[in-house]
Design a protein around this ligand. Structure first.
Ligand code: ZN
Length: 321
């Protein structure tokens, strides 16, 4: 249990919604096949730990992301879960049809804020991507499925460097015009910093006050949780993270994972912010995920334990440092 009951800052949100993205953003980069039953078991264990919002899978081409070709089966395994939102990444109309047929809870569409990343990642221009998003949004509205708009490279582009906030705003306005009311700012390659987070959130809140903002950070430069603090200061109450810090490509040096869900929960609880998550239970799931992946994962609280987890004095042989 966490003991910090007084809020660290009274202007912080009192409760935060965590969107667990490990089975999508994390698993998509894993080469070896993870059986559908294992994916479903991880999601079910995460639900037991108290998480309620998941970007569970994606409906992209199975040739592009073979690991997630079982998206429909994974959602079917979870169909009895009550009070849980299972969203999926959807790049085009074909993906939207598959996601609707699978009973997805929400669709996540995405466009990069920078042209070169969009071309490299999606092999089309931003205008072409927005046209595809429009088609998905229209189809989702017919089916009564909510759409969330993600903006990749919202804090910087690996090919262009800094991305002007105006380009982020441009994509956000396009989403808004399509009726999308939830925006995720994605820090695809870990280029966000606390000042950039504050600037981007302030500009978007001022220009598009009806848009709910979520933040998606990667820990590429060790600034992930510092960026969350900047988001909390700016009033953002939705954060995406991945269990055990899954994510990034295991074969590309420097391509690190999402911010880690247990580490995020630890920080939030210590700041007196509710998450609905049982941190001990979540750490146990994180250690199981490490077994599934078969290599050490970057999460830290899963290894050290919650802050007030104490050890018997005679269990430690020497003091160091
Ligand atoms: Zn990501």
């Amino acid at each position: 249990m966490h003991t910090m009951l007084r809020p660290y800052r009274t202007d912080f949100p009192r409760r935060v919604q965590i969107v667990e993205v490990g089975t999508r953003d994390g698993f998509q980069a894993i080469e070896g096949w993870i059986p559908t039953a294992t994916k479903a078991a991880v999601l079910k264990a995460l639900i037991v730990s108290g998480l309620r919002h998941f970007e569970a899978t994606s409906f992209v081409s199975p040739r592009a992301v073979p690991q997630l070709r079982d998206g429909a089966e994974v959602l079917a395994e979870l169909s009895a879960s009550k009070g849980v939102t299972l969203s999926a990444l959807v790049p085009n109309l074909r993906g939207a049809e598959a996601a609707i047929a699978a009973g997805v809870g929400a669709m996540v569409v995405f466009v990069s804020a920078s042209d070169s990343h969009n071309l490299k990642n999606l092999n089309r221009s931003r205008a072409e991507s927005l046209a595809a998003v429009q088609a998905v949004s229209t189809r989702a509205a017919e089916a009564g499925v909510p759409v969330q708009g993600a903006i990749a490279t919202a804090f910087g582009c690996p090919f262009e460097g800094d991305v002007p906030v105006g380009q982020v705003l441009e994509v956000a306005r396009a989403y808004h015009a399509m009726g999308i009311r939830r925006l995720t700012l994605g820090d695809t390659t870990g280029m966000a910093t606390p000042p950039l987070v504050r600037e981007r959130v302030q500009v978007l809140n001022a220009e598009l006050p009806q848009m709910e903002i979520a933040l998606h950070f990667h820990n590429t430069r060790g600034l992930g949780l510092a960026n969350v603090m900047a988001g909390l200061e700016a009033g953002v109450w939705i954060y995406e993270s991945s269990v055990a810090g899954l994510g990034g490509c295991p074969f590309a040096p420097g391509a690190t994972g999402n911010i880690c869900t247990e580490d995020l929960v630890c920080l939030l609880h210590e700041c007196g912010i509710e998450t609905g998550v049982d941190l001990d239970a979540l750490c146990a799931v994180a250690r199981e995920v490490e077994q599934v992946i078969g290599r050490p994962l970057p999460g830290q609280v899963m290894k050290a334990g919650p802050r007030l987890q104490t050890a018997p004095m005679d269990s430690v042989r020497t003091a160091c440092g």
